[in-house]
Design a protein around this ligand. Structure first.
Ligand SMILES: NC(=O)c1ccc[n+]([C@@H]2O[C@H](COP(=O)([O-])OP(=O)(O)OC[C@H]3O[C@@H](n4cnc5c(N)ncnc54)[C@H](O)[C@@H]3O)[C@@H](O)[C@H]2O)c1
Length: 142
């Protein structure tokens, strides 16, 4: 079973983030420009929250709040649920299901080393299944 460490080696270690005092408009501009569904909220080196499209829909739009006038700290989700590099893909899926999160920042000994999303996990599972099928076909057909 693939691990978060291997997934990040292929995907990269960068994490898009905002400061809690940045506005919702700042955050959704990054979501749109980078074509991603979540930004981590960082106070210095500390991840203090996560802000997702879901948080925007429920905590900003539906409540009639203004994107340029609302700081991210007011509408972000917390506490942050983290993965570790040694976690397997199954363990991450289980964390996501339990906490109803689609993104997990990755901490290695307290240091932020990446972010994995539900799509990353699905891709990893599909890739592993493809490998297994290829191996079996090779075994059958010689
Ligand atoms: N082909 C691929 O490699 C691949 C990988 C992931 C997702 N997808 C597809 O993209 C669509 C949306 O994906 P999703 O719902 O998983 O989430 P998403 O749109 O938030 O994530 C897309 C990619 O950006 C990365 N990402 C997201 N937020 C990030 C952040 N703040 N910092 C750094 N990286 C960040 C994710 O890890 C993922 O690799 C789905 O249709 C999914 O199938 C494809």
């Amino acid at each position: 079973m693939n691990t978060v460490k291997r997934l990040l080696e292929a995907k990269g270690h960068g994490v898009w983030s905002v400061h809690p005092d940045d506005t919702v408009l700042d955050a959704i501009t990054i979501l749109a420009k980078k074509d991603i569904g979540a930004v981590l909220v960082m106070e210095g080196d500390n991840p203090v929250g996560i802000f997702t499209e879901r948080d925007y829909a429920r905590n900003v739009f539906l409540k009639g709040k203004s994107s340029p006038g609302t700081p991210v700290r007011e509408v972000m989700a917390k506490p942050v649920i983290f993965a570790r590099p040694e976690n397997t893909i199954d363990e991450c899926m289980s964390l996501m299901t339990r906490h109803r999160m689609r993104h997990l920042p990755v901490l290695d000994d307290g240091d932020l080393v990446g972010m994995v999303s539900i799509g990353d996990l699905v891709k990893s599972v599909i890739d592993e299944q493809k490998d297994t099928i290829e191996q079996l076909e090779h075994y059958i057909h010689g």
